[in-house]
Write a protein that binds this ligand. Structure first.
Ligand code: IPE
Ligand code: IPE
Ligand code: MG
Length: 246
């Protein structure tokens, strides 16, 4: 069943952010290793990215590895470290041809991230930086709190250099120092895998996100699920603190 027909393409969310969760449980249910769940999850991502491009979504951000995921067993962490490389080796040129700007948000140059992976990420970001059809941001070694901490650090440096006075600090002072200041607020935040929590994703830009949860594990998620979420989003009344019809 396709939900595409019900979508109002004139009223798409500008920015969809996704917590891709449930890979491990998907694998366990099938008697497979957790890494097999992650491999299946990569296929799901391809379908969602293609589906997003097909409808003309402008910003798609996906959570691939959190600052807390280092606490997992070393073999799983190692597999997840190579997620970006596998993705880029398989899809970089095609995504480039389809006008996708690829970016990585997080503490990407952490010493624990393999250099070969980092190089591939840098090259992909450089190659695609002028593309404007869609921006695909991969949140990698990303934590929402860490992102705010990093913004506050540069804010303090500017303050110490006399460039900014304490009383002039506004939410915009933080927003303009996040990993990508040009990234718009997340309009729709999707989490798969049944958990109803944020797990440190997009804290700043999720302030007024519409939340959409599904029990579907990420490897079983596809473009139709994305369209279903967007269709539900289009029925929501976003008030931003105001009252209806104001
Ligand atoms: C999401 O799936 C992928 C990452 C966190 C990288 P999980 O690996 O968290 O899967 P579950 O939640 O254990 O099922
Ligand atoms: C969030 O999922 C992180 C990613 C999807 C990359 P987790 O599986 O790490 O979150 P918790 O542990 O269930 O909160
Ligand atoms: Mg999980």
């Amino acid at each position: 069943m396709s939900y595409l027909s019900d979508l109002d393409l004139e009223r798409l969310p500008r920015h969809v952010a996704i917590v891709m969760d449930g890979n491990g449980r998907w694998a366990k249910q099938r008697g497979l290793a957790r890494t097999e769940g992650h491999a299946a999850g990569e296929e799901a991502l391809f379908d969602v990215v293609d589906g997003a491009l097909d409808i003309g979504l402008e910003w798609l951000t996906v959570y691939a590895f959190s600052t807390e995921n280092w606490k997992r067993p070393p073999s799983e962490v190692r597999y997840l470290m190579y997620f970006n490389r596998r993705l880029l080796q398989r899809r970089r040129d095609e995504l480039h041809e389809r006008g996708t700007r690829i970016r990585f948000a997080g503490r990407v140059s952490d010493w624990r991230v393999p250099r070969s992976v980092l190089k591939e990420m840098d090259e992909a970001a450089e190659l695609t930086k002028h593309n404007r059809r869609m921006t695909l941001t991969i949140a990698f070694n990303y934590g929402g709190q860490t992102e705010i901490v990093d913004a506050v650090k540069t804010l303090l440096e500017d303050h110490d250099r006399g460039k900014l006075k304490g009383e002039r600090i506004t939410p915009e002072s933080i927003a303009s120092r996040l990993y990508f200041p040009d990234m718009p607020e997340a309009d729709l935040l999707i989490r798969t895998g049944g958990e109803m929590r944020i797990s440190n994703f997009m804290l700043w830009r999720a302030a007024y996100s519409e939340l959409w949860f599904t029990p579907v594990h990420w490897p079983d998620f596809g473009r139709d699920n994305l369209y279903e979420a967007i269709r539900d989003y289009q029925k929501r009344d976003r008030r931003f603190g105001r009252i209806e019809d104001q």
